[in-house]
Design a protein around this ligand. Structure first.
Ligand code: PSU
Ligand code: MN
Length: 309
């Protein structure tokens, strides 16, 4: 069912058609493109994620702001422009209005994308890692968390990097009643590493189970649902290999007083430099895999709605 779309939200024709025809759609964020990955790998990855989704028979809907226009679904040309633009900004929910006013181009974060996907009536969204509670005394908590607490979109991710305080992040999600689901896992994945050792609430093993869970949850509460998919085994990095690099980049951020919205991009890019690209391979593999699984979830969720409305 097509919700009523506000006039400021510009849907790609393929996405509006999919909404009208009740086809499976997967929303994709774009901060990972503009600030999470180096150029030109970022463009290649963005295309590959869209391709994974199409191969499953769903429609990709990458969200971004282009010269102040709020877009859901980008043409390949738009995607390329966004990926190669060196002036693009990082857009969370509170940045959407100001970015419209200043006609900025930028990538939307998990929070920004959830908000826009929900406005368009798209319930499934794929990404790499979510923001969370940072280590140390900064008090930095990503706007991804409160968005997960209030916006009914299922976010398929590989947990969060251990540049974040994972136990505190999980506590936050519990306090604000966000269901956390493990895809074939009993612990929260730590992005490059498959197992963080921190237990999560529910484990599921099939997309059918996830679809049923999403429905049961959304019948009783309005919130996001976090679906955690570990990095594919052949690309994952053992915790022991990644931890010293993580400690080093955190120390650098502290010394250089990097804060606020610059913190996550700084940590990500330094991490890739220090590990000489070793992290990049895992990053790309998990993003593609999450896009694929999200597309299957979107299809299963649509089926369950149609079979038993
Ligand atoms: N974590 C990653 N890669 C990313 C991000 C997080 O491993 O690209 C991006 C996501 O878009 C996420 C955002 O929503 O960073 C969180 O930024 P902040 O902590 O400033 O809210
Ligand atoms: Mn932050």
């Amino acid at each position: 069912m097509m919700p009523s779309i506000p006039e400021w939200l510009i849907l790609h024709p393929e996405v509006s058609k999919a909404l009208v025809e009740d086809k499976a759609i997967v929303a994709l964020e774009s901060t990972v493109i503009t600030h999470g990955l180096p150029r030109p790998v970022n463009f290649e990855l963005a295309r590959q994620m869209e391709k994974e989704i199409r191969q499953v028979g769903a429609v990709p809907a990458t969200t971004a702001l282009l010269k102040g226009e709020v877009r859901i679904g980008l043409s390949e040309q738009d995607l390329e422009r966004l990926a190669l633009d060196t002036d693009s900004v990082k857009i969370s929910v509170r940045d959407i209005g100001p970015a419209r006013a200043s006609r900025s181009t930028g990538g939307t974060t998990v929070a920004g994308t959830m908000f826009l996907a929900n406005t368009a009536g798209i319930p499934v969204f794929a990404t790499g890692g979510i923001g969370g509670v940072h280590h140390g005394p900064s008090g930095d908590i990503s706007a991804d968390l409160p968005e997960l607490a209030r916006t009914p979109v299922a976010v398929v991710c590989s947990g969060a990097k251990s540049i974040l305080d994972l136990p505190r992040t999980l506590e936050w999600l519990e306090t604000f009643s966000v269901p956390v689901i493990g895809w074939q896992t009993d612990t929260f994945p730590a992005f490059f590493t498959r197992e963080s050792g921190f237990p999560i609430q529910i484990r599921v093993d099939t997309v059918g189970e996830i679809a049923a869970l999403m429905r049961a949850i959304w019948e009783t509460q309005i919130s996001g649902i976090l679906i955690c998919v570990p990095c594919p085994e052949d690309a994952a990095i053992p915790a022991i290999r990644i931890n010293s690099a993580l400690q080093q980049v955190e120390q650098e951020a502290l010394e250089q007083a990097i804060r606020g919205k610059n913190l996550t991009p700084f940590l990500l890019s330094r991490l890739a430099e220090i590990t000489e690209g070793a992290t990049l391979h895992a990053n790309l593999a998990l993003l593609r895999n999450n896009a694929h699984i999200a597309a299957e979830i979107a299809k299963a969720y649509l089926l369950i709605q149609q079979d038993d409305p």
